[in-house]
Structures are given as structure tokens and as C-alpha cells.
Design a binder for this molecule. Structure first.
Ligand code: G1P
Length: 297
């Protein structure tokens, strides 16, 4: 019987060029969404789904990430002396969260290349990949459903979301067939960032995957694709086209709340949406936001 899936891989080596100069010295994954760095939401999501062994594939600026998931004794001491226990708890939340490991990507040669760097750590068990730019609202389950589908189908599971046809060129796009479950489709083909006219559907790959270890051998043979990078989508296309390799590819169709923190406007929207719903901030922000909206009219 397959062992329980426990490992999550989080590629975090992107250059964050869209956020320059904020990301000149800080990895984009450390940009705050309200008062937590974006990456912490993603690690929390993994842990919530039972994945407590987290491997981050990092590039430059690794120190900020390693430090965030480590303890800061001076800070803990100061907060403790001040009796600020609530803040102490929040500071310790990130270091107590999971067993976080790091590996360097070296050359940033694309998402497929980043995932391949996880090969030794992952071994021969299925594992999840979570992309840091996509935040999934914790009230809308996705990863746990994908893990269940992986166990049931012994296949590769991707997350798909309907996007407007004019946006599909920013995503991997899937050709699909229905299954007996309205929320699950069989993926017959995948193409990375197609022109709208060539897209097989408007079902976009969003940044959650549950992969089988066979993907590594496929990635090793995957040539550079779109943008000259080794694309995870291209390796998954090989697995979708030939189910005899690893049971094929299925997609869980997500209809919940997703925030794209990789895009500046969407990043700001994410912060506003999450902040107004917070107990400690919503009360102050909601009436202010309503007044502010009036000044725009
Ligand atoms: C990556 C993937 C793409 C996927 C997207 C989801 O692209 O290559 O297939 O649709 O993440 O966010 P990126 O956004 O890193 O360019």
C-alpha cells in the first residue's frame, strides 16, 4: 500500500522582477500579505493538509527565507521580557510550523528544473508542489481533495481553474474529458502559456500539483520549452499522453477563492480582501474602505 503523502515542495527561486525595487534585496516570497510573508500562507496550507516535511527550492536571498522559518532568540527574549505573549506566539508560529528544508536551484532554468532539484529529498513517494504566487483561501479546500484523488487514482493530480479566455496565455492550459465526478476531469493534453487561439480550453493550471516520483525521470529528459525554460507543464504533458508511465493525469477543478500575489494589482487586491475579513483589522478597515470608494466616484 502507498504510504501517506508527507512531503511538499515549494519552488521559491523566482526573481520577482515585477516587484522591483521591493525585491532587489528581498525574495518576492517574503513580501507581506497583511502581516505574514506570502510564503508562510503556503507552508501553512501544506501543513493543514498533513504535509509537514517542506522542501523549499531557493535562489538568491535565501537568508531571509531560512531566517523566517528559524527561531530568533533575541526577539523572543525581548517579547517575553515585555510580557507581549500574543506577539511572541505569532513570531514562533513560523518556526514551529513544519520541518523546513532548503535546496539551492543554482541556475534558474525554469519551474521543471526547480522541481527536479527535489529529486533526492523526495525519493520514491508521491509529493505535492505548491507555487508561492498562488494563495488559496484556507476556507476553500483544494490540496486535501487533490491528495485524496491521488490515493484513489494513483495518478498525477493537477489543480485547474476556469479563467477568462483572454487570460489563458498566462497559464498552462489543459485539454480535458469529463469523469463521473463533476469536480474531477481526465487531462488528455497540456500546453504551457498558449495563445488564446490555440488554447485547448480555458481551464488553467493553478499552482498546486500532486506528483508521482516518475515525474523526475521525465523532467530529466524534458528539453527547454516556452521562454527557453524547462517547463513542468511539458513533463506533465508527457505523463498525460502516456498513462502507462504513471497512471495519467487528472485535474481537480477549483471554484474557490484564489489570490495571485505574483501580479502587483492582484497582490494589492489580495491584501485588501484578506485584511477586511480579519477580526483585528476588519472593523477599522471596512468603513474606511467604503468612504474611500465614494471619493473615487
Ligand atoms: C507557472 C506554470 C504555469 C501555471 C502557473 C500558475 O507559471 O508554469 O503552467 O499555470 O505557474 O500560477 P508562472 O506563473 O510561474 O509563469
Amino acid at each position: 500500500m502507498q504510504k501517506k503523502i508527507t512531503k511538499a515542495v515549494i519552488p521559491a527561486a523566482g526573481l520577482g522582477t515585477r516587484f522591483l525595487p521591493a525585491t532587489k534585496a528581498l525574495p518576492k516570497e517574503m513580501l507581506p500579505v497583511v502581516d505574514k510573508p506570502a510564503i508562510q500562507y503556503v507552508v501553512e496550507e501544506a501543513v493543514e493538509a498533513g504535509l509537514e516535511d517542506v522542501l523549499m527550492i531557493v535562489g538568491r536571498g535565501k537568508d531571509a527565507l531560512t531566517n523566517h522559518f528559524d527561531r530568533v532568540l533575541e526577539l523572543e527574549d525581548t517579547l517575553e521580557r515585555k510580557g507581549d505573549l500574543a506577539r511572541l506566539k505569532r513570531v514562533n508560529a513560523s518556526s514551529d510550523l513544519a520541518d523546513v528544508h532548503f535546496v539551492r536551484q543554482g541556475d534558474p532554468k525554469g519551474l521543471g528544473h526547480a522541481v527536479l532539484r527535489a529529486k533526492n529529498h523526495v525519493g520514491d513517494q508521491p509529493f505535492a508542489v505548491l507555487l508561492g504566487d498562488d494563495l488559496i483561501d484556507e476556507r476553500d479546500p483544494l490540496l486535501s481533495l487533490m491528495l485524496d484523488e491521488q490515493v484513489a487514482r494513483q495518478a498525477t493530480i493537477i489543480a485547474l481553474m476556469e479563467v477568462p479566455p483572454e487570460s489563458i496565455h498566462m497559464y498552462g492550459a489543459a485539454a480535458v474529458e469529463a469523469t463521473d465526478n463533476p469536480d474531477v476531469v481526465r487531462v488528455t493534453g497540456l500546453v504551457e502559456k498558449p495563445d488564446a487561439a490555440d488554447a485547448p480550453s480555458n481551464l488553467a493550471l493553478i499552482g498546486r500539483y500532486v506528483l508521482r516520483p516518475e515525474v523526475f525521470a521525465v523532467l530529466e529528459k524534458t528539453p527547454p520549452g516556452k521562454g527557453g525554460e524547462i517547463q513542468l507543464t511539458d513533463a506533465l504533458q508527457v505523463l498525460a499522453a502516456d498513462p502507462s508511465i504513471a497512471g495519467g493525469v487528472y485535474g481537480v477543478v477549483f471554484r474557490g477563492r484564489r489570490y495571485d500575489t505574483g501580479d502587483r494589482a492582484d497582490y494589492i487586491k489580495a491584501i485588501v480582501q484578506l485584511a477586511v475579513e480579519r477580526e483585528d483589522l476588519g472593523l477599522e478597515l471596512r468603513p474606511w474602505l467604503k468612504d474611500f470608494v465614494h471619493t473615487l466616484e
